[in-house]
Design a protein around this ligand. Structure first.
Ligand code: PMP
Length: 401
């Protein structure tokens, strides 16, 4: 008998499985709406011109390949912090912000999970929205936290269940940890309004809940990085201690470079030092120190006023293309005379559209129309282009009427 004879076959990743199926489809006009990465209007991956420029500059500098420290490239983490919190944030000006580079957003979530499992002094349960990014549960459970959910999305109205959300956050055990998507909620594309964020903050204050922000799409949601950071900054203003996972995968298109940061707003500079020492103890046995190249690209961009402005313009360009595709898709469905309301396509924000399609309709799209998406009805808007939007609308119309 072999050593691993008892290893059971695990289920395939739901999203990667879609891409595999898409690849084997020979129909020329097939459409992949599963990918969680930006595509241009030709359906191609997009390397931002600001990233290309930064890479050219880095090559010319002929930098060495020495190890970064355990918490990464200092120029990068400093700039990542100001991007998220703003340079005027009191967490930064009062020197209370601990930040470490991470292996993109996933790694930041994991560092946070590991740290909180060791040091959060109250119940070790984190509440995540229902639904949430499929990996949240796995990351936090593997970190040693218990994962439960709070109401977020109302299937009937295809919008935010604000009453259910506030109700749940007021009735879960005091001092629980709560995961919040800072903007562009994945998979629903449904975000609270600024006023609703204020209500959420109020309830969380009252119930002494601890916020864990996941910001994987800053700038990508509205096209404005400051606007997308509203919730995070508001919570800091309201004197919450909190943690944040940041990713540069989407907003800089640095997916495979794995650039991110984990930060913690502490109560004092002295507390920040102690937290920093423990974060290093979490990171060291995981991967010793993070890769430098992507962090150098990001800091080259954010550290240069002109290049930074160019980058923010390019982020807006990506957000605007997605917003334009939302309008086109909705318009096309309405033109076909669909009897349903498709207003949610344009009211939702970010990379994804939670279409309200049933698993059966998703299967019909796949097998009858060669349109591929996850069975929860999540459409990656990045896969929609001016060339395929008409056929996409016709296919959706065909399976829903
Ligand atoms: N959080 C959310 C909500 C996401 O959608 C993603 C990317 N799909 C991530 C975190 C992390 O992605 P990455 O590790 O590539 O930065």
């Amino acid at each position: 008998n072999s050593v691993f004879a008892k290893v059971t076959q695990g289920p395939p990743d739901a999203i990667l499985g879609i891409t595999e199926a898409f690849k084997t489809d020979s129909f020329a006009e097939k459409i992949n709406l599963g990918v969680g990465a930006y595509r241009d209007d030709a359906g191609k991956p997009y390397v931002l011109p600001s990233v290309k420029e930064a890479e050219l500059r880095l090559v010319q500098q002929m930098l060495d390949k020495e190890y970064a420290g355990i918490t990464g490239v200092p120029a990068f983490t400093k700039l990542a912090a100001t991007l998220a919190y703003s340079p005027e944030s009191k967490a930064i000006t009062e020197d209370r912000l601990m930040i470490t580079q991470s292996i993109s957003g996933t790694g930041a979530l994991r560092i946070g999970g590991e740290f909180l499992a060791r040091w959060y002094p109250h119940g070790k349960t984190i509440y995540v929205p229902s639904p949430t990014w499929a990996n949240h549960g796995a990351v936090f459970r593997d970190s040693g936290l218990e994962v439960k959910s709070y109401r977020y999305y109302d299937q009937k109205t295809i919008s935010l269940d604000i009453d259910g959300l506030l109700d749940d956050l007021s009735s879960i055990p005091k001092k629980s940890m709560v995961l919040l998507h800072a903007c562009a909620h994945n998979p629903t594309g449904v975000d609270p309004t600024p006023d609703q964020w204020k209500m959420i903050a109020e309830v969380m204050k009252k119930n002494e809940l601890f916020p864990f922000f996941d910001m994987a799409y800053q700038g990508f949601a509205s096209g404005d990085a400051d606007k997308d950071a509203f919730a995070l900054r508001y919570f800091v203003e309201q004197d919450f201690e909190l943690v944040l996972a940041q990713s540069f995968a989407k907003n800089m298109g640095l997916y495979g470079e794995r650039v991110g940061a984990f930060s913690l707003v502490t109560a004092s500079p002295e507390e920040k030092k102690r937290v920093d020492s423990q974060i290093k103890i979490v990171v060291r046995p995981l991967y010793s120190n993070p890769p430098v190249h992507g962090a150098r690209i990001a800091s080259e961009i954010m550290g240069d006023e002109k290049l930074n402005a160019q980058w923010l313009g390019e982020v807006k360009g990506m957000a605007d293309r997605i917003i334009a595709m939302r309008s086109l898709l909705r318009e096309n469905l309405e033109k076909l005379g669909s009897s349903r309301s498709w207003t949610h396509i344009t009211s939702q924000i970010g990379m994804f559209c939670y279409s309200g399609l049933t698993p059966e309709q998703v299967d019909d799209l796949r097998f009858k129309h060669s349109v591929y998406l996850t069975r929860d009805g999540r459409i990656s808007m990045a896969g929609v282009t001016t060339k395929n939007v008409t056929r996409l609308a016709e296919s959706i119309y065909a399976v829903t009427e």
